[in-house]
Design a protein around this ligand. Structure first.
Ligand SMILES: Nc1ncnc2c1ncn2[C@@H]1O[C@H](COP(=O)(O)OP(=O)(O)OP(=O)(O)O)[C@@H](O)[C@H]1O
Ligand SMILES: [Mg+2]
Length: 259
């Protein structure tokens, strides 16, 4: 379980990213975070793996404080958390396989991985992960030879090879077309179900959110204004989160191209 207790994040320039957040995310949940630009969605995700330090409060993962962790303990926390970004964050000049293997780095000494010496088991794990997201045949291609959707699947495979227990995905489909978006969301959902990986995703589109979320967190100006199951997230709730009636901008399509 991920638990935020009275968490506030103030950036060095005084901007309040998160205001007194209290929330619990259960193991294996598929959580979607929604809110306007600047609402605090990325800040929330980045606090979970300490890419950002918080100003007040405490964050617990499985009952252990990540806020207080340092050194080896922090590295172990991070090893269990896979990150997926809008821009894929791959080493584009490296092969797909190398990118996926980089998910194993946290398990070995720096020297060993620096020279690219990964054990055979890691190689098998990486190939299996690529197979899971249907791009095994691309293993030896350079990452920048792949389409955006394929690159995002490589980053999902990297999180799988990492044997992450939590996946944090910051707008994983924002750079993708509607069809590819669905494929990537389906992959995320599939691995969430099969491996019971707690998945926390920031999304901009309400229709996508409705299709995939089990549990929604709505942020507005750094505050958590909605925390509930997808069934409870009515149009009125979304209008409240966004501070305006929902319109076309919040939809990916009319529905027919991704059903
Ligand atoms: N490094 C930073 N330094 C100062 N302020 C920041 C920093 N990063 C984010 N902020 C501010 O914190 C607030 C929350 O930003 P955040 O990036 O979490 O929003 P978001 O909901 O992810 O928005 P978007 O949908 O545009 O990605 C915003 O007011 C933003 O300007
Ligand atoms: Mg963001």
């Amino acid at each position: 379980m991920i638990e935020f207790k009275n968490v506030t994040k103030v950036y060095p320039n005084g901007t309040v990213g998160l205001k007194n957040i209290n929330v619990k995310i259960e193991d294996g949940e598929f959580i979607v975070i929604v809110g306007l630009s600047g609402a605090g969605k990325s800040t929330f995700l980045r606090c979970i793996n300490r890419l950002h330090d918080i100003t007040e409060g405490e964050i617990f993962i499985d009952g252990k404080s990540i806020t207080a962790a340092s050194g080896k303990e922090l590295r172990e926390f991070r090893r269990n958390i896979g990150m997926i970004f809008q821009n894929f964050n791959l080493v584009t000049r490296s092969t797909v396989l190398r990118n996926v293997l980089s998910g194993r780095v946290g398990y070995h000494s720096t020297i060993r991985t620096l020279f690219g010496a990964f054990p055979k088991e890691d190689l098998e794990l990486a190939m299996k992960a690529l197979d899971r997201v249907n791009i095994k045949e691309k293993a030896y291609s350079r990452a920048d030879e792949l389409s955006g959707g394929q690159q995002q699947r490589v980053s999902i495979a990297r999180a799988l090879a990492q044997e992450a227990k939590i996946i944090l995905a910051d707008e994983p489909v924002a750079s993708l077309d509607p069809i590819t978006t669905i494929q990537v969301m389906e992959d995320l959902k599939k691995i969430n179900r099969e491996f019971h990986i707690t998945t926390v995703v920031n999304l901009h589109h309400i229709d996508l959110t409705r299709k995939y979320a089990e549990h929604i967190l709505g942020f507005r100006a750094g505050e958590l204004v909605f925390d509930g199951p997808i069934e409870a997230a009515t149009d009125e709730v979304f209008a409240e989160i966004y501070g305006r009636p929902i319109g076309k901008d919040e939809m990916i399509g009319e529905g027919e191209d991704y059903e």
